[in-house]
Structures are given as C-alpha cells and as structure tokens.
Design a protein around this ligand. Structure first.
Ligand code: NAP
Length: 446
C-alpha cells in the first residue's frame, strides 16, 4: 500500500491524483489537502468567470475526488497546521501542487499606492477568492492600466470592459459585478514592454477583444515590424499577430464607449499619486538584437486611477522546502525536491502553460513516483500504511484543534452556491471562510 499526500487541489493536484490512481491501482491511497474548504484552485479562483467551458474540467476532478481511494482534506494549511516533516513521516510521498498564488512585484516606486494591485488579487476579487473578497478596486476613474502582455492581462481588461449583460451568465461574484456595473472606466490600456511579435497572448483571448459589446481594441500600426517579418513566427503567434494587425487597421468605433488599447514598447518607470494612484510614468522601449526591451530615453505620463500588474506569479514558499527565489518556485530536479518530496505544475516549473499543460505534468509525476521504492514499505506493510497516513493525520489535526472539511462538505457548499445563483449564472460563490464554516457546521448538525 502506497500512501500519497497531494498538497493543493488545483489542476496539477487533481491530474497527479488521477494519474496515480491509474498507475498504482488498488495499492494507492491519496489524500488531497487544500488550505481552503473548496477544491479546484485555479479553476475556481483563476480561470476567468466568463470562460465556463474551461471551468467545466472540474467535473473530471469530481470523479477523482469521489474515488474510494481518494480523500479530500480541506481547510488545512501545510506549513502552518501541519509541517512537511510531519507529512513525510506519515505518507510515503508528499507532492506539492500548490501553484503560484502570489504576484511578481513590479519593483518600481509607487507600487504601494492605493489603487495599484497585482492580477492575482484583482482576479481573486472578481472570482470570489476568500483572500481577496474585500479588495474593492477603485473603478471611479476613467482610465485603467494593466501591465503585462499575457492572457491574464487580457482577462483583466475583458472583465473591466464587459457589460453586466455580458457577465450575467458567468460565475463572477455579485460583489464584483455590482461595482463593475457602475464603473467609470472607459479607457483600458494593456502595456507591453516589447512588441506584438513578443506578446504572450493566445488566439482565443486576443480574438475575444474584438467581440465585445461596448469596447473596441486599439493597436498602433507603427508598433509592428514590416509585414514580411510575420513569416518568421510559429503558427500560433502568427495568427495572434494577424488579429492584432486587423485591430490596427480598424481604428476606433464611435458607437462603442470603451477602448482597450494594446500599447506596445512601454515599460513602467514609477506610479505617481498622493495616497492613491493618479498617473503612471512610462519609458518607451525598443528591441535590441537579442529581442530584449531596451530604453529609448523617451518618457511619457498617463493619468489613471487603477493599475493592475499582470506580469506573472510566484509560488508561496513553505518552511523547510528549498525555494528558488529567482524563478519563484520550489528548487527541484524534474519534480524531485528530496526523497519522498515532489512538486508538480506551477510549483515545479513556474507559471507557464494552460490548464491542460498540467495533465502530462501530472502523468509524468505519477509515473516517477510509481517507479520509486516506497519509503515506509518495510515498517508499515498493507493496511497499516493507510492507517498510519490518514488516521495519523486526523489524530494530529484533532490534537491541534483543527477541523478539516471533506468532499461531502464541499458538495454542500456547492449546492448552496448553486441554489443562490442570480438568474442565468451557474453559482453565486461563498466568499468568506466564516460563512463556509458556518454552512458546513449547520448542515453537519442538521
Ligand atoms: P505570462 O504569459 O508569462 O505574461 C507575463 C507578461 O508580463 C509578459 O508579457 C512579460 O513580458 C510581462 N512582464 C514580465 N515582467 C515585466 C515587467 N517587470 N515589466 C513589464 N512587463 C513585464 O503570464 P500571465 O499572463 O500571468 O499568464 C500565466 C500563464 O497562465 C500563461 O502561461 C498563460 O498563457 C496562462 N493563462 C492562460 C489562459 C487561457 O488559456 N485562457 C488565461 C490566463 C492565463 P516579457 O515577455 O517581455 O517578459
């Protein structure tokens, strides 16, 4: 009997669990531990609320969670409620699938001003993550600036630009939809420090910018290299650039009051304001021979009332786990941190790729674990290994007064969220841990 603790119930955690069940058959017991009482990580709190088809993958994870060999242990923070050393004592293997929940800092003056926030906070706010439910981003200015040229920047811009009707059937939380319905923001700028050829957008996300009810994408023709340079791009990027060139050819649409400007070759220098953001100072850049952004010396200042930095994420360090500060993830070799301790997904490779990228990552991890001898095999054969892990964790948490939640608790929360959804929406999320706890406790008594 092999016992596995997977820390984190997002895509990387669930794909690893699914693959481990396949690879190890009846001889595996898996506990999926999450610091929240709700599973699915990035699917629930990161994927845009108007991308419901991507969120539907959680049904596949449900099947894994309901497998009798799997147990969801919610509301337990590894590194605080239970240490890595304790888990390694209880389980044969511990897999960190904790993602990358923190924003990379911009590292420029003014970053601390009110109205400046990272995309993880902004996305967490409109997605109802308990950590960010109280964010209240300022929406009373005319101009918002989003820094970064990745899909997260586009997600943030699209949510700011959409009408209430366009968001009605998404699972955006009401605490975000209400203020967005009164938003004064009319000019949204997505700032890239390099050019259209170097942008990290994907086709679907760029295409959606051209299909918005009240917003038009704007791109400057002079930001593109000569058209024949596009032939050097790989197919996906070439298609993205084709769409951007089409936007550049269209110009503003007077019938649409909101603009989304894709401003290339601009690097943020500092954020200005007295207590809260009032403007951003930018340096115009150009590409050097290696394709890096270099300063031209020309600066400009753009008045704005909201700045969201969407420049990538970092993993949350855990005590006693070696961390690569430069790359913002656990120090590892192909997923191995030290004997018995592994990492997978963004915690292993950094914040790159789509949800689907985590599937092969999870499969590779499960196969590697299956091919490695059990650490506790000699002293805990058969069923007693399962007791050591699951019952051992229960005993340890009980002794500390910690009450974990299980998958049926989540199913109750899920049903409550579905029951209170506004018309057309799939759910209205519960956004505080207190309300989640009360609901679980109340239902349990009932
Ligand atoms: P990303 O794709 O890595 O993009 C980060 C952007 O930030 C890049 O344009 C980068 O520019 C820029 N940047 C980095 N440091 C900067 C700085 N100091 N100043 C200015 N700009 C800076 O990251 P992401 O958008 O956070 O997305 C993370 C991952 O999730 C990606 O793999 C993304 O595709 C994926 N995702 C997918 C979807 C979807 O499939 N629908 C949705 C959201 C996210 P340089 O290129 O110049 O470094």
């Amino acid at each position: 009997m092999r016992t596995l603790a997977i820390i984190g119930s997002g895509p990387a955690g669930f794909y690893t669990a699914e693959a481990a069940l396949k690879a190890m058959g009846d001889d595996i017991r898996i506990d999926i531990i999450d610091r929240l009482p709700t599973p699915y990580g990035l699917i629930r709190a990161g994927v845009a609320p108007d991308h419901q088809s991507i969120k539907a993958v959680s049904r596949r994870y449900d099947a894994v969670a309901k497998d009798p060999r799997v147990c969801f242990v919610g509301h337990v923070t590894v590194g605080k409620d239970v240490s890595i050393a304790e888990l390694l004592d209880l389980y044969d293997d511990v897999v960190l699938a904790t993602g990358a929940p923190h924003d990379r800092p911009l590292g420029i003056p003014g970053e601390e001003l009110a109205g400046v926030m990272g995309s993880s906070a902004f996305v967490g706010w409109y997605n109802g993550h308990p950590d960010h439910a109280a964010l209240a981003p300022p929406l009373d200015a005319e101009t918002a600036v989003i820094i970064g040229n990745g899909n997260v920047a586009i997600d943030c811009a699209r949510i700011l630009a959409k009408t209430v009707q366009e968001l009605q059937d998404s699972d955006i939380v009401n605490h975000a939809l209400d203020p967005l319905s009164r938003s004064s923001i009319r000019a949204i700028h997505i700032m890239g420090r390099r050019g259209p050829h170097q942008a990290s957008f994907t086709l679907k996300e760029v295409g959606e910018l051209g299909e918005l009810e009240r917003a038009t994408p704007l791109v400057r023709t002079e930001d593109f290299p000569p058209a024949d340079a596009d032939s050097t791009l790989e197919t996906g990027q070439r298609r993205v650039v084709e769409v951007l060139r089409r936007y550049a050819g269209q110009g503003p649409d007077k019938s649409r009051p909101v603009t989304i400007s894709l401003d290339f070759f601009l690097r943020p220098l500092r954020i200005l304001g007295d207590g809260r953001v009032e403007a951003i100072e930018l340096m115009r850049t150009r590409l050097d021979d290696e394709g890096r952004a270099v300063d031209t010396g020309e600066t400009l200042t753009l008045p704005c009332g909201l700045v969201v930095s969407a420049i990538g994420y970092r993993t949350d360090p855990i005590p006693d786990v070696p961390f690569d500060e430069r790359l913002g993830r656990f120090a590892n070799e192909d997923g191995l941190i030290r004997p018995g301790l592994w990492c997978v997904g963004w915690a292993r490779r950094g914040p790159t790729g789509t949800i689907g990228t985590n599937r092969p990552d999870g499969i590779a991890m499960a196969e590697r674990i299956a091919g490695t001898p059990e650490r506790h095999a000699a002293d805990q054969p058969g069923d007693s290994a399962e007791n050591r892990a699951r019952k051992g964790l229960d005993a340890l948490l009980t002794a500390r007064g910690i009450e974990p939640t299980c998958f049926s608790d989540w199913q109750r929360l899920d049903a409550a969220e579905v029951a209170r959804a506004r018309a057309g929406a799939p759910r209205e999320k519960i956004v505080t841990l207190d309300e989640m706890r009360a609901l679980v406790a109340g239902e349990a008594q009932a």
